[in-house]
Design a protein around this ligand. Structure first.
Ligand SMILES: [Zn+2]
Length: 140
């Protein structure tokens, strides 16, 4: 069991046929990127087919679970009543990929201390038995 950062009322992410393997990996505590079985091209977010070779045969590859803050914003006026504020939404450039980025939340940091280039690591927030959301915290 991990710490909780956001309340149950936070809207669940939309899960598509293409993104399901990504969410299933998160449930297992793995941060992955989509990887083309035919040509090994990688992408995130997942897509139905490879934008390099056109193959529909897509798998996933584990990442190190670390990266750097590419950009971010601090939300002071949440659209959903009851959300904690302020909170941080960030685009994280994943280590060991060709510049692939994941949009998520930064946690365990004062929003005023977030900087572009900050080194971060994934932390998995168990929202329910069926939903685990990868978020990021400063690298320890
Ligand atoms: Zn391909």
């Amino acid at each position: 069991m991990t710490d909780r950062y956001f309340p149950d009322l936070m809207p669940s992410p939309g899960i598509s046929r293409e993104s399901l393997p990504w969410w299933e990996a998160a449930l297992e505590g793995r941060l992955v990127v989509q990887s083309c079985t035919a040509c090994k091209a990688e992408r995130h977010p997942p897509a139905p087919c490879c934008n390099r070779c056109g193959s529909y045969d897509q798998g996933v590859r584990d990442t190190a679970g670390t990266g750097v803050v590419y950009t971010f914003t601090v939300v002071h006026k949440p659209l959903i009543p009851g959300m904690p504020e302020p909170y941080v939404v960030a685009s994280i450039e994943l280590d060991g990929t060709e510049g692939l980025r994941v949009v998520s939340n930064l946690v365990e940091i004062d929003p005023s201390e977030v900087r572009i280039g900050l080194e971060v690591e994934v932390v998995f927030e168990h929202m329910s038995e069926e939903l685990v959301v990868p978020r990021f915290r400063p690298k320890s």
